[in-house]
Structures are given as C-alpha cells and as structure tokens.
Design a protein around this ligand. Structure first.
Ligand SMILES: [Zn+2]
Length: 45
C-alpha cells in the first residue's frame, strides 16, 4: 500500500524513457517537458 509513496530516485512503475513525461509524485501532476515541470515546481511548490 505505502510502497507507492516512493520519493526516491527510481520509480519502477513510471520508469519510462527519459523525455516521455515528467511528473511530480507528490502532487500527481504530469508534464510534457522538464521546462513545464520546473515552472510548476517554482510556482506551485
Ligand atoms: Zn505539484
């Protein structure tokens, strides 16, 4: 159950290839680029 709370380096479930999608595990948001992820982090976190 709590195995999904991994905030670590490796996510087995979401270990797709790089540049496919970027997601924030802590809020569940997904992004198409690291740029979007960065902006989200800086604005929402
Ligand atoms: Zn977020």
């Amino acid at each position: 159950m709590s195995d999904r709370l991994d905030r670590g380096d490796k996510n087995d479930e979401t270990s797709t290839d790089v540049d496919v999608s970027f997601s924030r595990a802590d809020c569940g948001q997904e992004f198409n680029s690291r740029q979007e992820l960065k902006e989200h982090e800086s604005t929402q976190h």
